[in-house]
Design a protein around this ligand. Structure first.
Ligand code: SF4
Ligand code: SF4
Length: 275
């Protein structure tokens, strides 16, 4: 119902029929995942969110870019914004990554990212979080590279996106850029025994989300009436290496900007301490 409501608002605002497909489909996919979390037991409940991600993938990676003939990757969006072309790619970024996180923080990473939709299904059992957290600053390098490449093309090489790129070569760059993400993300996950290694150390999109996420509304919270038995199961299952147990023991909401609201910690907690 929320998906349908967002679809109608955006359809009225931007007059594009695709919103009436995209947002109800995202809502449906998340509902399927939620249903699986209710009917499945134990760790099997973690499958629910992964199913949602997989259902959303064709919608965001194929339907929306192909119908619009647009590149929705960060560098592609920056390239068109650079020359003043504010199209669907910009709307996507504004909703999902710039302003949306004021409400759902990094929920996009946990529930809608098409790169993570593949990474989360990799056959890697536990989340190895032994790499020092400071290594996550590498993402700032990839972020600046994503901005510098379009700037270099336009300013130094006099590349004209209006004649050479927009609605001509966007799709090609979308799939090349995505292919690069998978080519880095999948081996890195196996090398570091960490499905979300790409999200932590490489993904430039997470950098875009950080300012709004730091003041975002929706948070994972402790259930004050329940007890934490310090079993550490939540920490072991957190794909982003958040110290969930620390927050729960001190009865505080999780404000760590690495939290992707995946609810995996909540689904494995034996005492229902996490809500
Ligand atoms: S703290 Fe919980 S909701 Fe946040 S990323 Fe970790 S497991 Fe997911
Ligand atoms: S899984 Fe639940 S009980 Fe165990 S440490 Fe985490 S919050 Fe505490």
């Amino acid at each position: 119902m929320i998906g349908l409501l967002i679809a109608i608002i955006l359809y009225k605002a931007f007059n594009w029929w695709g919103f009436l497909v995209t947002f109800p489909w995202i809502g449906f996919s998340i509902s399927v995942g939620g249903f699986l979390r209710v009917v499945l037991k134990g760790r099997k409940r973690l499958i629910g969110r992964k199913v949602s991600l997989l259902l959303i993938l064709p919608c965001l990676l194929f339907f929306v870019p192909i119908v619009n003939n647009e590149n929705f990757q960060l560098e592609g969006v920056f390239l068109i914004v650079l020359v003043g072309f504010f199209s669907k790619g910009f709307i996507h970024y504004a909703i999902a990554k710039l302003f949306g996180p004021l409400i759902w923080r990094r929920g996009f990473c946990g529930h809608a990212c098409w790169t993570a939709a593949i990474l989360d299904w990799l056959p890697i059992k536990n989340c190895d979080n032994s790499v020092p957290r400071s290594y996550r600053n590498i993402r700032y390098i990839t972020f600046f590279l994503s901005l510098l490449i379009p700037l270099f093309l336009v300013i130094v090489l006099s590349y004209n996106p209006w004649t050479d790129y927009i609605n001509k070569h966007e799709m090609k760059w979308m799939f090349i850029s995505n292919g690069v993400y998978y080519l880095i993300g999948i081996p890195l996950a196996f090398i570091l025994s960490d499905k979300r290694a790409f999200c932590k150390y490489v993904c430039p999109v997470s950098v875009v989300m950080l300012p709004a996420t730091s003041i975002g509304r929706i948070k994972i919270k402790p259930n004050i009436d329940k007890e934490c038995i310090a079993c550490n199961v939540c920490n072991k299952n957190c794909p982003m290496g958040v110290d969930v147990m620390g927050y729960m023991i001190s009865n505080k909401a999780i404000v760590d900007t690495e939290c992707i609201l995946c609810s995996d910690c909540k689904n494995v907690c034996p005492t229902n301490k996490i809500r």
